[in-house]
Design a protein around this ligand. Structure first.
Ligand SMILES: NC(=O)C1=CN([C@@H]2O[C@H](COP(=O)(O)OP(=O)(O)OC[C@H]3O[C@@H](n4cnc5c(N)ncnc54)[C@H](O)[C@@H]3O)[C@@H](O)[C@H]2O)C=CC1
Ligand SMILES: O=C(O)CCC(=O)C(=O)O
Length: 444
């Protein structure tokens, strides 16, 4: 396999999908050497079959807004690869959603899910509908309309969606209700459900907690303690909130968080009480992060990202490509020692090079944020067993899974000089399991 040639071919076939091409380029560049040790992979044209999704479902979603106007959005589900388990991955509701973005997310999800050690394939879906500014009733009607098509394509052994940007407990619950209405079945067809109807304890916390567990493992390789470290977090949604919570618990000081309008800088650190304020503001009032600055009298920077503030650790937890080369250079110049991705692909390829050239600890999302989907996998297991596990039990399993992913990254990513290339480690470890399963199952 020649990674450059494969990417060129994909670019010609899918010229309008830059995020998908970016994700594929990143993975192929790091697995090429391992792939070429297995001539049987090439004979089976494994690489093309692994890069191109099994199936893309695209549909119109029509719904009625509060003024009685009929609105139309696009709905999608990308079922990327199911060799190791049912398709699994979140749904994103955001105005920026398009097929290329969901293809990148579904491709990444396949490797991430493989890393979790659980039997889950990769998928992703969503819509260009944005819940922001919509009433609760509008969100409900949209979710119901979305499910009237999606329900045909999902199932507990077929495809199990969950949340992502713009899809939290509220949206999952509305979609679950409609699925039940349409099918007359109670099935664990979505994860991230409410605790009263099959959700797992720790699922809301899992992505943020998991990222911090992974970070602690990375820091350990250099005998560094997270306690007392200053942390930059971006975003203020699900992943950011529980990342901040775990950082506080472990004695780190988080000084920033953000939304798509700007970021706040709190030099004293976000405390438990201030985090409760953020959770209320974002999850219930659905307000803007600017209001935090007004409430606590701290700096708010409109239209900017937090990466130019000084800190020891950066945990991007908002969206793709939010750290560019300039931001990466600023982070390194300011002495950052670790960057661990809560978001999916938040760092551009140029910025990754800056981190790796500076030999700082840097982990890609498919390893560091895998805790969310891992606990989704545990939710599926609990639903199948018709049992609910305790908080302690799920958290212990999450801890074990993150430790295991870290160990796999070290195994496959340690370079001759001892530097751990977590990108290579995660990609090779995730790839090998999927590749072996694909080879075993033949050309299908
Ligand atoms: N929710 C989960 O379990 C998992 C989420 N992720 C990833 O984590 C990231 C955040 O997701 P969630 O916290 O679940 O979503 P969310 O909807 O709860 O929060 C998203 C946050 O990102 C901000 N944001 C969105 N688009 C932005 C933009 N263009 N510029 C700046 N800020 C922007 C929003 O204002 C919000 O604060 C995404 O990349 C998602 O794919 C990854 C693994 C699992
Ligand atoms: O919990 C899940 O199934 C999906 C989580 C997700 O979308 C992700 O890992 O990016």
């Amino acid at each position: 396999m020649n990674a450059v040639k494969v990417v060129e071919t994909l670019k010609q076939r899918f010229p309008n999908e830059p995020e998908y091409i970016q994700a594929v380029t990143q993975v192929l560049g790091t697995i090429e050497e391992e792939y070429n040790k297995h001539p049987e992979f090439d004979r089976a044209n494994l690489i093309e079959r692994l890069c191109i999704p099994d199936r893309v479902i695209e549909f119109r979603v029509s719904w009625v807004d509060d003024k009685g106007n009929v609105q139309t959005n696009m709905g999608y589900r990308v079922q990327h690869n199911n060799v190791i388990g049912p398709y699994k991955g979140g749904l994103r509701f955001h105005k920026s959603v398009n097929l290329g973005i969901l293809k990148f997310l579904a491709f990444e999800q396949t490797f991430k899910n493989s890393l979790t050690t659980l039997p889950m394939g990769g998928g992703k879906g969503g819509s260009d509908f944005s819940p922001r500014g919509k009433s609760d009733a509008e969100v409900m009607r949209f979710c119901q309309a979305f499910m009237t098509e999606l329900y045909r394509h999902i199932g507990p052994d077929e495809d199990v969606p969950a949340g992502d940007i713009g899809v939290g407990g509220r949206e999952v619950a509305y979609m679950f209700g409609m699925y039940k209405k349409l099918t007359h079945q109670w099935n664990g067809i979505l994860t991230g459900k409410g605790l009263e109807f099959g959700g797992s304890l720790i699922r809301p916390e899992a992505t943020g907690y998991g990222n911090v567990y992974f970070l602690v493992n990375m820091l350990k390789t250099r005998n560094i303690d997270i306690k007392g470290k200053t942390v930059l977090v971006s975003g203020s949604g699900n992943v950011a909130q529980y990342t901040i919570e775990k950082c506080i618990e472990l004695g780190a000081k988080v000084v920033t968080c953000s939304d798509s309008d700007g970021y706040i800088y709190d030099p004293d650190g976000i405390t438990r009480e201030k985090l409760d304020y953020i959770m209320e503001l974002k999850n219930i009032e659905r307000g803007r992060i600017r209001e935090y600055a007004e409430e606590y009298g701290v700096k708010y920077v409109e239209g900017a990202k937090p990466w130019f503030e000084k800190a020891d650790i950066a945990l991007p937890s908002a969206t793709q490509n939010e750290i560019n080369e300039e931001a990466a250079k600023a982070l390194v110049a300011n002495g950052v020692i670790a960057v661990s991705e809560g978001a999916n692909m938040p760092t551009t390829p140029e910025a990754i090079k800056v981190f790796q050239d500076a030999k700082i600890l840097y982990s890609p999302g498919k390893a560091a944020n895998a805790g969310g989907v891992a606990v989704s996998g545990l939710e599926m297991t609990q639903n199948s067993e018709r049992l609910s596990w305790s908080r302690e039990e799920v958290d212990a399993k999450l801890h074990d899974i993150m430790n295991d992913i870290h160990a796999n990254c070290v195994k496959y990513g340690t370079e001759a000089d001892g530097y751990i290339n977590y990108v290579k480690g995660a990609n090779v470890a995730g790839f090998l399991k999927v590749a072996k399963a694909m080879m075993a199952q033949g050309i299908v």
